[in-house]
Design a protein around this ligand. Sequence first.
Ligand code: INI
Length: 156
Amino acid sequence: MLHLNTIEGKLDARGLQIALVASRFNDFIVDKLIGGAVDCLLRHGLNRENLTLVKVPGAFELPLVAKKLALSKKYQGIICLGAIIRGATPHFDYVAAEASKGIALVSLETGIPVGFGVLTTDTLEQAIERAGSKAGNKGVEAALAVLETIRVMEQI
Ligand code: INI
């Protein structure tokens, strides 16, 4: 086994300021993602007073608000949460494309880790599966990814 100089992030939220941005659209699902992310962050040592929740109308609005939060320099990490469910509407493709592209851009342009906790599913049932039932909770996954990335970025 080679001994490499390895940089890894500890899942330690102590001392951080974190913002969650969550869409109201499909709030029945998104509330589960918020609950998962909050529980995960607190269990990893985040102080409740250092966690801010911002609500937006839909996933399309997540990037703009995430960008303003990132530029404020008040938060070391931002977690975007939403649920885009295809159903019968072609609207899905536009909203999903803009949300994913926009969130990635915010992170790249500002240098602040921005988590993509946005479900993109064909059906409501698939969304339920990923919001705290048999396929886990995407809000938890996004929170863990942001924590790890913050700690990796600090070491580079
Ligand atoms: N927003 C969502 O967050 N999820 C969806 O499934 C969705 N669909 O399917 O339409 C959705 N649309 C609203 C969109 O995000 C904007 O809020 C709206 O277009 C106004 O800009």
